[in-house]
Design a protein around this ligand. Structure first.
Ligand code: NAP
Length: 305
């Protein structure tokens, strides 16, 4: 435990993309305490209650989740334990102590059929076990702790873990050509930006002023498809000398997966920006930053400066 004396945030999922981003850049004015899953398991009510009761946290941030979308179909019990029952336990435990709970959620609570970016009050309609379990987690948090902020995001990538950007850079090492889906639209979102968004939320929740509660959407500004995302990744990586594979756009039908992905994953972030005073960066800028980190371009530029 840190002895910095700063108010502390209890973080679940500290080894995941969002968790690592928060630990790398803790929100200004806070320290982040991130017990590993062996100590704080969302599926273990006793461990959750022990940690929530450990000290007067400024807030609890739940970035822990079962995120393997396809595998959730055959591991529904584990997915529901982490994504729905765990948040319910957290919500009860935090509410008993009057603590705010920031719950990270997903565009997969929607079916993707809408023809505009999703707003917070659009009806949910998950089409997968993962989406249904996350939607149930949202409902539990909202019902059990009035001091909740549910932050839905989408298409998360980072310098760590399993994500589309890292997969593309890995494939660039061995493949001359790649086919990438071009009929799903979304907002790629850097975990580094999500960490900054969580920081803005936690600062606001620490204010004595009336505190916002409810659902908020946060995602990279603008929109693209997986094909457009891949093209940007390779365009930027090429500047660092990475050989780009030839890209072919394909329809989702040509890339069958156990779970159908939403055709529309776009999130309207107006409500978040109005409430917390932070506008998401253009997805292109945030993508370039992570590509540069992974290709070492930033270091080389730094070395030349
Ligand atoms: N990835 C995306 O594209 C995406 C999109 C929209 C929303 N989100 C949401 O964003 C949040 C963070 O996602 P991410 O991409 O950072 O996830 P991630 O990289 O897959 O990491 C998941 C984290 O959750 C932890 N975890 C899993 N089961 C747990 C349990 N039972 N108890 C405690 N911790 C547990 C994992 O710990 P271990 O290391 O021990 O496994 C890991 O630290 C999640 O709520 C996710 O639903 C993600």
């Amino acid at each position: 435990m840190s002895g910095s004396g700063l108010p502390a945030l209890l973080l679940t999922g500290g080894s995941g993309q969002v968790g690592l981003a928060l630990r790398e850049a803790p929100p200004a004015g806070f320290q982040v305490v991130a017990p590993p899953r062996t100590e704080l398991d969302l599926a273990d009510a006793g461990s959750v209650r022990r940690w929530v009761g450990d000290r007067p946290w400024a807030a609890v941030v739940n970035a822990g989740a079962w995120t393997a979308v396809d595998a959730a179909e055959t591991h529904a019990a584990e997915a529901w334990a982490a994504n729905a029952h765990g948040p319910a336990i957290l919500a009860r435990a935090t509410a008993e102590r009057g603590l705010p709970l920031v719950q990270i959620s997903t565009d997969y609570v929607f079916d993707g059929g809408l023809d505009r970016p999703y707003r917070e009050d659009d009806p949910v309609g998950p089409v997968s076990v993962y989406g249904a379990s996350k939607a149930a987690g949202e409902m539990a948090v909202a019902a059990l702790n009035p001091r909740h902020v549910i932050l839905r995001t989408a298409w998360v990538y980072s310098p760590w873990g399993a994500n589309f950007l890292r997969t593309m850079l890995r494939l660039a090492e061995t493949r001359d050509a790649l086919s990438v889906i071009d009929d799903q639209a979304g907002c790629p979102t850097s975990a580094l930006d999500i960490a900054a968004a969580i920081g803005a939320v936690c600062r606001r929740l620490a204010d004595p002023a009336p505190q916002p509660a409810g659902i908020f959407h946060f995602a990279g500004a603008g929109e693209t498809t997986w094909y457009g995302f891949a093209a940007r990744i390779f365009e930027r990586a090429a500047q660092a000398g990475v050989r780009a594979p030839a890209l072919t756009p394909i329809p989702s039908a040509d890339w069958p997966t156990p779970v159908r992905r939403p055709a529309n994953s776009r999130l309207d972030t107006t409500h978040f920006t109005r409430t917390f005073g932070l506008s998401p960066r253009p997805w292109t800028e945030a993508t370039d930053e992570v590509v540069d980190r992974l290709t070492g371009a930033g270091e080389r530029q730094g070395g030349r400066a």
